[in-house]
Design a binder for this molecule. Structure first.
Ligand code: SF4
Ligand code: SF4
Ligand code: SF4
Length: 245
């Protein structure tokens, strides 16, 4: 054994037969104390740059996800499951985005979380036909009628919330904020966009989905992360367990 366990992590003590020989060439897989981390969570920079599109700050949910991985002893368990040298593509890649613009690229990660802001039309508010919502909506999802009726075509809406932010009358307003969870995205020889697991859930459900996805990966030997996450049976089992808000 070339590793000892400490706080659910790995401490590499013996380079002989070193399973981390390749990962050690990349700083992100080895902590300063020599412990290995076999997952990565990338967050968009929405908070740092004061992004005007930000719906939910990505770092708090990213921290919860990292805590979950530590509580599961994911790195330690994945290390033990993978025979031979561990390659970068065998680590678990996650991303969190603060809005549907998805700058952290959750669609090409194993597990992605995208903040969304659902909007609704308030028939009790008086639309002034100012057209600000039309300018804000890149998807051309809103119709304004001469009688001041406002229609949102939800089938084209990406839940970015921009129309509600510019509406001066509250005719379009925020209904709820939450997250979409996607799984099974990847690049490489056969790239694939992630499948939508659930459209709109809150943080506890994101964490539950991550726990279940992680256990599935570890249960399948940890070697084929992508294949495990795109199995319809995996997706359905997680959907059934977490439901939607
Ligand atoms: S994903 Fe959205 S909130 Fe995050 S940096 Fe990009 S545009 Fe801003
Ligand atoms: S939430 Fe975004 S996509 Fe949906 S109607 Fe408003 S501006 Fe358009
Ligand atoms: S921004 Fe609000 S008030 Fe202006 S046209 Fe759109 S719904 Fe009406």
């Amino acid at each position: 054994m070339d590793a000892t366990h400490a706080s659910g992590r790995l401490a590499v003590v013996n380079p002989q037969g070193d399973k981390l020989a390749i990962l050690r060439k990349y700083e992100k897989y080895i902590r300063e104390d020599g412990q290995a981390v076999l997952y990565q969570i990338k967050s968009c920079k929405g908070e740092e740059v004061g992004c005007p599109f930000l719906i939910k700050a990505p770092r708090p949910i990213a921290r919860q996800m990292a805590d979950t991985m530590e509580e599961l002893s994911f790195s330690q368990r994945l290390y033990e499951k993978i025979p031979g040298r561990i390659l970068p593509h065998q680590t678990f890649k996650m991303a969190v985005a603060g809005c549907p613009n998805s700058c952290s690229m959750p669609q090409i990660k194993d597990f992605g979380v995208i903040a969304r802001e659902q909007v609704t039309v308030d028939p009790g508010a008086e639309c002034t036909l100012c057209r600000k919502c039309l300018k804000a909506c890149r998807e051309e999802t809103i119709t304004l009628k001469p009688d001041r009726t406002v229609i949102v075509h939800y089938e084209r809406c990406v839940d970015c919330g921009q129309c509600a932010r510019v509406c001066p009358t509250g005719s379009i307003k925020v209904k709820a904020r939450g997250h979409t969870v996607v799984m099974g995205g990847k690049v490489g020889r056969h790239p694939r966009f992630a499948t939508e697991l659930v459209r709109f859930v809150q943080e506890p459900q994101v964490v539950k989905a991550l726990e279940m996805a992680s256990e599935k990966i570890l249960g399948e030997g940890g070697r084929y992360i992508y294949e495990v996450l795109v199995k319809e049976s995996t997706l359905q089992e997680i959907r059934d367990a977490i439901g939607e808000t």
